[in-house]
Design a protein around this ligand. Structure first.
Ligand SMILES: Nc1ncnc2c1ncn2[C@@H]1O[C@H](COP(=O)(O)OP(=O)(O)OP(=O)(O)O)[C@@H](O)[C@H]1O
Length: 294
């Protein structure tokens, strides 16, 4: 539905986006993940044309957005900061979106404001941070755009409203065949709602996969041996040590899982147990290094 092809962008001589390509599909939620400063916000802003790409294209239903700006009526972007609207009233913000999006549904907006206990009038600057964030999430779905792009949408939301909001996002995407792309640092939220993940590293997409595929491809295990040297384990192809606690090793089997399991079993472990794989394991594996990645 929305394809990004070879998008590159330099800012002040820094290659912030480096040949980024991926596709997001309707009825699907894709999470854009990456460490601070890898280019997530720049990517989202370049997709929607707030920033111009140096090279590359963004296609909506196979048509270039740059060449057909009218296509943007089907795409809505909600930035992580809504400071731009702080001097506007709710009424003015609604008029603004109503003017830009021909299918803007005010009835739906007021239903959502009601559902989430959000103010229906007043100056935007008088709202709390969480209320502002929720307000714009409600606005995004009310545009009835088919592609929704949210930059760190849950920042500032308390756990209860966040849970309600994430549930609402899942329902909207499924019911209205929306393609939703969101950037976040909160991996637990991604596990709750996303079906695809884009791992971004130094301006490039390091990996795009479905969570289902990742879970099939990788395994996390706990294993302990009486007399096997650690190096014998960590030298095995595709085996990564996540943690060591005495004799007990927590391993991520990232490639050729069946073969790695066979070799490990042949070493007569005194403990071998499969553990649930978390997105944090995958994040650490894909983006490398330390555990304090987000
Ligand atoms: N207007 C700008 N001027 C100079 N450098 C910029 C500008 N915008 C972005 N950058 C640089 O581009 C890189 C990517 O920034 P970006 O905000 O896209 O990262 P991010 O992945 O969204 O980070 P975070 O997770 O911290 O929000 C950073 O090194 C940043 O300093």
């Amino acid at each position: 539905m929305l394809s990004v092809e070879n998008l590159s962008k330099k800012i002040e001589n820094q290659q912030v986006l480096d040949h980024v390509s991926f596709t997001i599909k309707k009825g699907s939620i894709t999470a854009l993940l990456g460490r601070n400063g890898v280019g997530k916000t720049t990517l989202l802003q370049t997709i929607v044309g707030i920033l111009d790409a140096d090279t590359g294209k963004v296609l909506y239903n196979d048509q270039s957005i740059q060449a057909n700006p009218g296509l943007k009526q089907d795409i809505v972007f909600i930035p992580d900061s809504n400071a731009l609207f702080k001097n506007y009233s709710v009424k003015e913000i609604i008029s603004f979106y109503d003017m830009i999006y021909p299918n803007f549904n005010q009835k739906k907006l007021f239903e959502l404001l009601n559902k989430f206990n959000l103010p229906q009038q007043g100056m935007f600057r008088s709202f709390s941070k969480g209320t502002r964030a929720m307000f714009f999430i409600a606005v995004s779905f009310s545009t009835q755009a088919k592609v929704i792009i949210l930059d760190e949408p849950t920042n500032g939301l308390d756990p209860i409203i966040k849970k309600q909001m994430l549930q609402h996002v899942i329902e909207e995407v499924a019911e209205n065949d929306i393609a939703l792309l969101l950037s976040t640092h909160h991996l637990n939220e991604v596990e709750t709602i996303a079906d695809h993940v884009l791992f971004m590293k130094e301006g490039r997409i390091a990996e795009q996969v479905s969570l289902e595929e990742l879970n099939q491809r990788m395994k996390k295990i706990q294993i302990a041996f009486k007399e096997v040297h650690l190096l014998q384990i960590t030298n095995l192809k595709g085996v990564k040590l996540l943690q060591q606690s005495g004799r007990v090793l927590t391993l991520l089997l990232a490639q050729d899982t069946a073969n790695a399991m066979e070799i490990l079993e042949s070493m007569n472990p005194i403990l071998l147990e499969e553990l649930p794989l978390t997105l944090e394991d995958l994040f650490v594996h894909t983006l490398g290094g330390e555990l304090d990645v987000v």
